[in-house]
Write a protein that binds this ligand. Structure first.
Ligand code: FAD
Length: 431
């Protein structure tokens, strides 16, 4: 523990990826941390659980992490969880369900789009000058959408821009911010294969991202309170003085600091000065217990699907899991209707013909991420909050990248750094 910070505590509310990342960073720096979580478990929008009907551990949704997600990698090293991931080759296989065409996007060692000159690396039917035009995204103005910058039609749009935008921004390209897509491509695809190798949580999201973090925190002496929902922030003279939870109140010491690592709608209810984005998009996931000997199973860890309802198909341990992004309309249907629609695509992709629909689980995350439009980007809040002892974290805060695990972790690190910087300023210590 740092000798000058013995008494002042950092209270972190929310044990999703942002809150956990902040807690891990501060614990490593020797600061006393208390973590509060409203649910009975940690992980928030990134979690797994045992589904008894399927007889398997499933994720609330497939989460794809790439090797270019450097904050995530640093978090995993801190909690000693790097080994729980399988690293796949930088190969992104696609199937057009309408035409039956299959292809693979295989980034090379150099920068996009020059590796596309090599055979078998790009998208069939797309000519090199079209890829070059993709560089227009580098000069996109902040108010522009992906569709405005890329023309919103043509083969490259259908087979690259649209699926990439849906996957990375969970927002239709007609509304999605072009500079945000540029930011994520700039850290991954545009840098070459080394930065776009998929990292797959082999046993589940909780087993890779959450349990090792909780273990690390507990061994560092962090108190973790589950089922402890923050209801009100008590203030006096413009400073937070207490945290009112559902069943108790925690008074704040004079040097205590608070990180709210909560979704934007909850943050702005608790702290009225924070506006935050108020529009969201759903993600729907359907998990199927694959019938034995399903053709095609295991040939690829995941597959991009075009021309149907399903967007991405992941296969792990006999379970086929499908993701549909920006799925607001789909989420309004019943679970049975959704499963039927998606199974049609899965059976087609796996060559399972007219196989009967197997056991399934549909998970609708109605507020999976905020709607990442140019207007909503302006509402991202800085990690230094509007009150002197308040800090904010969460995938929606200002990280300059899309609302993803990488953004959540980065926001937690930024908030932790702001906490440390303010302490050091008070004590006259240089960072
Ligand atoms: C289905 C799905 C698929 C996704 N796919 C990907 C992907 O492929 N790649 C990727 O990088 N990202 C993906 N994401 C996004 C990623 O999961 C999120 O960006 C990230 O988990 C957000 O973390 P967070 O800590 O900011 O927020 P949250 O996970 O929402 O954490 C907030 C926490 O605060 C708690 N809480 C709320 N209110 C209170 C309160 N009043 N008091 C106390 N606690 C409270 C919540 O219970 C929660 O645990 C996906 C998300 C979903 C839903």
């Amino acid at each position: 523990m740092r000798s000058d910070e013995k008494v002042s505590r950092v209270h972190i509310i929310g044990a999703g990826m942002a809150g956990l990342a902040a807690a891990v960073k501060l614990t490593r720096e020797g600061l006393p941390v208390t973590l509060y979580e409203g649910a009975g478990h940690a992980g928030g929008r990134c979690r797994s659980f045992l589904d008894k009907a399927l007889g398997a551990v499933i994720d609330n949704g497939n989460h794809l992490i790439l090797s270019g997600n450097l904050s995530v990698q640093s978090y995993l090293s801190m909690i000693d969880a790097r080994e729980t991931f399988e690293t796949a080759e930088a190969v992104f296989p696609f199937l057009d369900l309408k035409t039956g065409e299959r292809w693979q996007v295989r980034p090379g060692a150099g920068k996009f789009p020059f590796w596309l000159l090599r055979k078998g690396r790009g998208i069939p039917g797309v000519k090199f000058p079209e890829y070059l035009a993709a560089f227009r995204i580098n000069n996109a103005a902040p108010g522009k959408t992906v569709a405005e910058i890329t023309g919103g039609k043509g083969l490259l749009y259908q087979r690259f821009w649209e699926p990439m935008t849906l996957a990375a921004l969970n927002t239709p390209p007609g509304e999605a911010s072009a500079i945000l897509l540029k930011a994520v491509l700039g850290e991954t695809f545009f840098k070459g294969a080394k930065f776009c190798r998929p990292l797959l949580a082999a046993k589940g999201l909780t087993q890779s991202f959450i349990d090792p973090a909780l273990k690390f925190l507990k061994s560092g002496g962090v108190k973790i309170h589950f089922k402890t929902r923050l209801r009100e922030v008590v203030r006096d003279n413009g400073k937070m003085t207490a945290l009112k939870f559902s069943l108790r109140t925690a008074p704040l010491g004079t040097g205590d600091q608070v990180i709210l690592a909560l979704p934007p709608n909850i943050t702005s209810t608790l702290v009225k000065e924070v506006e935050g984005p108020a529009e969201f998009h759903a993600i729907v996931n359907v998990h199927f217990r694959l019938p034995e000997k399903t053709a095609g199973e295991g040939s690829v860890p995941f597959l991009g699907l075009l021309g149907g309802t399903a967007h991405w198909l992941f296969i792990r341990g006999g379970i086929a899991s499908v993701t549909v992004s920006a799925a607001d309309r789909l989420a309004e249907k019943s679970a049975g209707e959704i499963a039927k629609l998606i199974w049609r695509d899965v059976a087609r992709a796996l060559g399972a013909g007219n196989a009967k629909i197997p056991a399934y689980r549909v998970i609708k995350e109605k507020r999976a991420t905020f709607s990442q439009t140019p207007a909503n980007l302006r509402k991202r809040a800085p990690q230094k909050g509007p009150l002197p002892n308040l800090y904010l974290a969460g995938d929606w805060t200002q990280t300059y990248i899309p609302a993803t695990i990488e953004s959540a972790v980065r926001s937690g690190f930024f908030a932790a750094r702001a906490v440390i910087r303010d302490r050091d300023l008070k004590t006259g210590k240089k960072e």
